[in-house]
Design a protein around this ligand. Structure first.
Ligand SMILES: Cc1ncc(COP(=O)(O)O)c(C=O)c1O
Length: 457
């Protein structure tokens, strides 16, 4: 029997002490990452210039659980366990029999789920004596999360921020600088990759693919620097599973069994994986559940892209990953959900989509802002535009329940707040935003430029 509590909280002592690793439970093993030059499977030594060894081990581990070190748990306690909130006012406004629960990751210092992995990555780098970390950021959420984490662990932080977001969101840059990081608009004149793109496309809005090339080049060419990625990689998704593990306990406290629907938006796949993977474990054992990955129609990697090997960045410096991709040269329209503008998708999320364990859906920008307003005007919270994609799907699912009379339990990852996205809200409210769809023809043309990589035996 569901309780009537609105805010379901765990005590600090009830916070999970381990991350869940989905790799041993997968319906089939992941295809290995390949070396960008040779096309051969990568070994740990290939990744060592970029990442600390502990993270490289986590990338490939087949252990089902990974202990969270005490020092990370102590930092997590600044905001974790995060609340689970029942959206009773939204349910009432929709007239739905469904119960909608939001796992609120917006309460972290940086305002999103990103610190869950930023803190872990900064910790393992510090343990290995690393003095400086370079990274890229789209919406600025990841850059600010890493700036916060590096600040706590005394590491220098260099952030290449996609130019479109740098210009749309000056406050994110200021936040990074407040935590002591350096933030520059990408493409810059500081790297070979940046200079090449600037020469070819002088007015480019930038893209995550380009910013990744710059950060990887920075790290690979400096002894004192490692590279950090805020999504896509297996260990990033691993760190985020604390979200779903907590939510599972909180749903039990709320008198729920397993949710009927689990929803997260997808950029590189990490917040979705965080909420979903602990439930995918149940689904793979036979539980009935719809697990929805929501993306923008203007960057539809899972719904329109192709499942194949591609580079993670524009300059082809990163390993080749088997993933759903729109092609590494893809430069998306500067839509306001900057964190969802990535051409690829986490290999783990891609494999589960290919195996039909999870279901992708794509929405237009305007419909997601409509959902955001409905949420803000019923529940009071202002979601990030990325998060609004998940809210759109949750509202649609709840409306379906109204039509069928089913009282489903819907769990959503509320991945971040929108306080630094007010210029996007202003543009929406004054009718200046429009929809953009990236067509199948455009994707097919971009995919023709990809290398044909044979699947390793
Ligand atoms: C608030 C928010 N939600 C979701 C995302 C999407 O990223 P990912 O798919 O890696 O969780 C981002 C990325 O920056 C974000 O800032």
């Amino acid at each position: 029997m569901p309780s009537d509590e609105i805010k379901i909280t765990l005590r600090e002592s009830e916070m999970p002490q381990r991350w869940y690793n989905i790799q041993p439970d997968l319906p089939k093993p992941l295809s290995p990452p390949l070396h960008p030059g040779t096309g051969k499977p990568l070994g740990p030594a290939d990744l060592a210039p970029l990442f600390p060894m502990e993270l490289i081990k986590q990338e490939v581990t087949q252990e089902p659980w990974v202990e969270i070190p005490d020092e990370i748990l102590r930092v997590y306690r600044i905001w974790r366990p995060s609340p689970l909130r029942r959206a009773v006012r939204l349910e009432k406004a929709l007239g739905t029999p469904a119960r909608i629960y939001l796992k609120d990751e917006s309460v972290s210092p940086a305002g999103s789920h990103k610190p869950n992995t930023a803190v872990a990555q900064a910790y393992y780098n510090k343990e290995q004596g690393v003095k400086r970390i370079a990274t890229e950021t789209g919406a600025g959420q990841w850059g600010s999360a890493l700036a916060f984490a590096c600040c706590l662990f005394g590491i220098e932080c260099m952030v290449y921020m996609v130019r479109a977001s740098y210009e749309q969101k000056p406050y994110r840059r200021m936040l990074m600088e407040t935590w002591g990081a350096t933030c520059v608009p990408s493409p810059t004149e500081k790297t070979n990759a940046g200079r090449k793109i600037n020469a070819e496309h002088p007015n480019t809005p930038g893209s995550l693919g380009i910013a990744i090339s710059e950060a990887v080049e920075d790290a690979a060419t400096r002894e004192d620097t490692k590279y950090s990625l805020g999504s896509v990689l297996n260990y990033v998704l691993l760190h985020q599973t604390i979200v779903g593990l907590e939510a599972k306990e909180q749903l039990k406290l709320a008198g729920e069994k397993l949710p009927d629907v689990v929803i997260g938006c997808v950029g590189g796949g990490s917040n979705f994986a965080g909420i979903a993977f602990p439930f995918v474990k149940d689904k793979l054992k036979g539980a009935k559940m719809d697990i929805l990955a929501i993306e923008p129609k203007s960057c539809p990697s899972l719904t329109v892209g192709s499942f194949r090997y591609d580079f993670g960045d524009t300059a082809q410096l990163t390993p080749l990953l088997k993933m759903y991709t729109l092609g590494h040269n893809f430069v998306p329209e500067p839509i306001h959900a900057g964190g969802l503008r990535y051409h690829g998708m986490a290999p783990l999320v891609s494999l589960l989509a290919d195996q039909k364990v999870i279901e992708p859906r794509a929405y237009h920008q305007l419909s997601t802002f409509e959902a955001a307003l409905m949420y803000a005007r019923t529940e009071g919270m202002l979601p990030a535009p990325e998060t609004s994609h998940a809210l759109r799907a949750a509202i649609d699912e709840a409306v379906k329940c109204k039509q069928t009379g089913e009282a489903k339990c819907i769990l959503v990852n509320y991945s971040g707040h929108g306080f630094f996205d007010l210029s996007a809200y202003e543009r929406y409210l004054s009718g200046q935003l429009s929809d953009h769809e990236y067509s199948k023809e455009q994707v097919d043309a971009a995919l023709k430029e990809l290398p044909v990589v044979p699947e390793p035996a």
